[in-house]
Design a protein around this ligand. Structure first.
Ligand code: PLP
Length: 390
């Protein structure tokens, strides 16, 4: 028989309040529930927030990555250099456009793609560099934009974790050629499912807007309004990636409270760091470059096996028994049998990634948690750590 823990703290929960419900209700009552005025407003406000000229609202970050790769002209025969410490969508979308993902190890300091490792993997076939702002820590964009400029490559950022991340004082979103954000249910800003592609390239943004809606001519979504027309042209075999106004309504309300939600995350991180710094762990990776700011999407603690005599799996089980949900971000790409077969990668190829992966556990971190919840997580983690201290 399993005994229910005194408290249940799920790994993640969205912060949805009256403002989100009012926005969604407004969309529903308006009769306009697919792409429409709320999507347009959310695109403009989100792009402004991240310092980008153009924002394209989509139904996922995966869609944004796929379109960004097409916008960068990546296709069959091309290579895209990316990180093994990421979610499968980063690599799958490279494969969707017929290109080859080339993995390069991460920087031990940030756990983001290492510019030095990337430099070793560039070939005449390389078309783009695709860094991930892992957990919300800024990848070294200065280094990647320099590398790319020298060789005529594109920089596509996987910013699924990085709404609110600053790179050398600039918000992630207006720096690389294309930046891809996620509004998935667990993300710092959520629309349930959703994503946004930002770019400075107006032509690409117009082309990709069409590709996100079947390849139909511009503003085809307006065809059912008074301003629209029944006539449209199909200019390419596009996709169905558009954002709905129901989702955009959620996004608008989340954007209003985003700075507050980020401040709560940062406060909780400070508390976790203080509590765990001498308790047998390596604290989450962060950048120490001036002007860099972590968005704290994930709090990835690493167990130090020299100090703690407990395996990661058991640590997770003990937290689960205490009612605390956790996760692991991520099973590295090269440890999946599918990618080993497809890409010829194998265990041992990326030692920095593997070392971090074998020790990591993501703790609950979200603004819906109360201070009491944070206390409870700290107490249980410290209890387990002291029980297994070497
Ligand atoms: C690093 C990374 N890239 C891409 C994605 C895909 O995002 P979405 O679920 O919005 O397609 C995720 C999702 O969690 C992610 O963590």
């Amino acid at each position: 028989m399993t005994v229910q823990a005194a408290r249940q703290i799920p790994y993640a929960l969205p912060l949805i309040g009256d403002a989100e419900i009012a926005q969604v209700t407004e969309a529903l009552r308006s009769g306009w529930i697919t792409t429409g005025p709320k999507t347009t407003e959310f695109e403009r406000r989100f792009a402004d927030y991240v310092g980008a000229s153009h924002g394209l609202g989509l139904n996922s970050c995966t869609a944004a990555l796929h379109l960004a790769l097409l916008g960068a002209g990546v296709g069959p025969g091309d290579e895209v250099v990316t990180t093994p410490l990421t979610f499968c969508a980063t690599v799958n979308t490279i494969m969707h456009v017929g290109a080859r993902p080339v993995l390069a190890d991460v920087d031990p300091r940030t756990l983001c793609l290492s510019p030095e490792r990337v430099a070793q993997h560039l070939t005449p076939r390389t078309k783009a560099i695709l860094p991930v702002h892992y957990a919300g820590c800024p990848a070294d964009l200065d280094a990647f934009t320099r590398l790319a400029a020298d060789r005529g490559l594109k920089v596509i950022e996987d910013a699924a974790h990085a709404i609110g991340t600053l790179s050398r004082g600039r918000p992630v979103g207006g720096i690389g050629d294309f930046t891809c954000f996620s509004f998935y249910a667990t993300k710092n800003l959520t629309t349930g499912e959703g994503g946004m592609l930002t770019t400075e390239d107006q032509d690409a943004s117009e082309r990709l807007r069409k590709m996100a809606l079947h390849g139909m001519s511009r503003d085809a979504w307006k065809r059912y309004t008074n301003a629209g027309s029944w006539q449209y042209e199909v200019e390419a075999a596009g996709f169905k990636y558009n954002m709905t106004d129901v989702a955009a309504g959620l996004g608008l309300a989340q954007l209003d409270r985003f700075d507050h939600m980020q401040a709560v995350r940062a406060r909780y991180v400070e508390r976790y760091n203080q509590a765990f710094k001498d308790a047998g762990f390596e604290l989450p990776a962060d950048s120490d470059l001036p002007g860099d700011r972590h968005s704290w999407h994930l709090y990835v603690l690493r167990l130090d096996p020299m100090q703690l005599a407990i395996e990661r799996a058991q640590f997770i089980d003990e937290l689960k028994a205490a009612g605390i949900g956790t996760s692991v971000h991520f099973i590295p790409i090269h440890l999946h049998a599918f990618y080993q077969r497809e890409l010829g990668v194998r265990p041992g190829d990326f030692p920095v990634t593997e070392r971090a992966f074998s020790r990591m556990v993501s703790l609950p971190l979200y603004p819906k948690m109360s201070e009491d919840d944070v206390d409870y997580v700290i107490e249980r983690v410290l209890e387990i750590a002291s029980k297994y201290r070497r």
